[in-house]
Write a protein that binds this ligand. Sequence first.
Ligand SMILES: [Zn+2]
Ligand SMILES: [Zn+2]
Length: 242
Amino acid sequence: MEFYGDYHLHSSYSDGRCSVEEMVMAASLTGLAEMGLADHGPRNLFTGLKSEQMLLEIKKEIEQLRPQYPDLQIKLGVEANIVSLNGQLDVGKELIAELDFLIVGLHPYILPDRVVDIPWILRNQTEKIFPSIKNRVRNENTKALVETIYRYEVDIISHPGLKMPIDITEVARACLKRDTCWEINTGHKFPGLQEVSTVARQGVNFIVNSDAHFAESVGALEYGSWVLEKAGVPHEQIKNVK
Ligand SMILES: [Zn+2]
Ligand SMILES: [Zn+2]
């Protein structure tokens, strides 16, 4: 299985180690036809964009680079954080309209939107220590993610269930309804075979991304081929397969 695009790439604007130009060069050298930059939204503690306005800076850089890479489609997105239980993102709709695509993700180390959301985030940081709250945490995370999928035009959910447990059947139902892709994240080798099989049976589309934070990892999508082939997912259900 071969892929023509990788849409979850971080640059040094957030916690990636390489510049936008280095990531673009890497995608071009790897032979990808398309790439997407998706830095962390500003509410990621220590690792997010300095502000959502930085997306416009990245956009400018990309526009300048495009003529040098005629064989590569360079797209701009963001990996926005879900910052409230009611599905609010840390990037505004006006800025999202400037982007080519939108990835949303749940991350445990973020600055929540409202005071009432603080206990939810703290519970996620401690659910491994207190297994009794696991069900509650899973229900809350599922609700937040589903709300986001209905509030915004979400193209991809990043690493669904990683570090923040969710009810995958319920989230998959929302993805199917809203035409949102389920990410196979090769950087984290996540999700596993069983989850991919469950989601595939529900008819949801997948996209395989590297979540690269270094130029060397751009287009490293082998885990995606492995898990999708093992799960017997038809090519029509994989968005970026050749
Ligand atoms: Zn992430
Ligand atoms: Zn990421």
